[in-house]
Ligand binder design. Structure first.
Ligand SMILES: Nc1ncnc2c1ncn2[C@@H]1O[C@H](COP(=O)(O)OP(=O)(O)OP(=O)(O)O)[C@@H](O)[C@H]1O
Ligand SMILES: [Mg+2]
Length: 223
């Protein structure tokens, strides 16, 4: 599903964020991306989404080399990939429903289809009764779940999350991780960048650990 082959990413100014990185993550896997601040976690996720481009090497997503993907094909790629950000980037002047509907509106879905899919996504994250509210009236954990509903409303094959539990207490964090596990159990490939080692310590998933842009481990869990 995701394959990196000798990927180097240097930002303007000369900083080497990823250094000759190679790994393969099969379809249907769930993994955690760990490493110190500045290790390159967000950069790795951005290369998958083509929010940034590699300087050399190849990034394959669902069999397609995206490192040289023409800009006109980027929307098509992004429809396959759901993304959850730490600061969830919700629109506070729209309802919960409208926030979750946004990717479907952009993709040109019809009115009735949008209603059905948005309610299915809100149901999965346990927020069906909040669809008319403004996200500002929700708790941090609820807002994060709205962000997750928005990321999965399009039924993506791949779900990426960058520090999705960063601002949440341990119990809410565990609930959010459980949601990701449920998506993985129905076949979605899931890659989650996190600092929260205590949260993932008891979870049976493989780690991708980065140190200064290089892979430290890509083997079994917690090697
Ligand atoms: N847009 C940018 N321009 C220049 N340098 C950048 C840019 N984005 C990231 N970097 C640098 O690249 C390196 C990797 O950054 P990245 O954001 O991928 O790290 P991270 O592992 O996500 O860190 P954190 O845990 O703090 O989120 C850092 O040294 C950072 O300063
Ligand atoms: Mg980051």
């Amino acid at each position: 599903m995701i394959q990196f082959e000798q990927v180097c990413k240097r930002y303007p100014g000369g900083h080497q964020a990823l250094n000759n990185l190679s790994f393969h993550m099969p379809h249907g896997d769930m993994r955690f991306l760990t490493g110190h601040s500045g290790a390159g976690k967000s950069t790795l996720l951005k290369l998958i989404m083509v929010m940034e481009r590699a300087n050399s090497g190849q990034v394959l997503v669902d069999g397609r080399n995206v490192s040289k993907l023409p800009a006109r094909h980027i929307p098509e790629l992004r429809r396959k990939v759901g993304v959850v950000f730490q600061n969830h980037q919700l629109l506070f002047d729209r309802s919960v429903f409208d926030n979750v509907a946004l990717p479907l509106v952009i993709a040109g879905y019809g009115h009735r289809d949008i209603g059905r899919r948005v309610r299915a996504a809100l149901d999965k994250v346990g927020l069906l009764d909040k669809e008319r509210q403004n996200p500002i009236t929700l708790s941090g954990g609820e807002q994060q779940r709205v962000g997750i509903a928005r990321a999965v409303v399009n039924k993506p094959k791949l779900l990426l999350a960058d520090e999705p539990t960063g601002n949440l207490d341990p119990q809410l964090s565990a609930e959010i991780m459980h949601l990701f596990e449920q998506f993985n159990q129905v076949g979605v490939t899931v890659l989650i960048a996190t600092h929260d080692l205590s949260l993932i310590a008891r979870m049976p998933y493989k780690l991708l650990s980065l140190r200064q842009g290089q892979l430290v481990s890509a083997g079994g869990s917690h090697e």
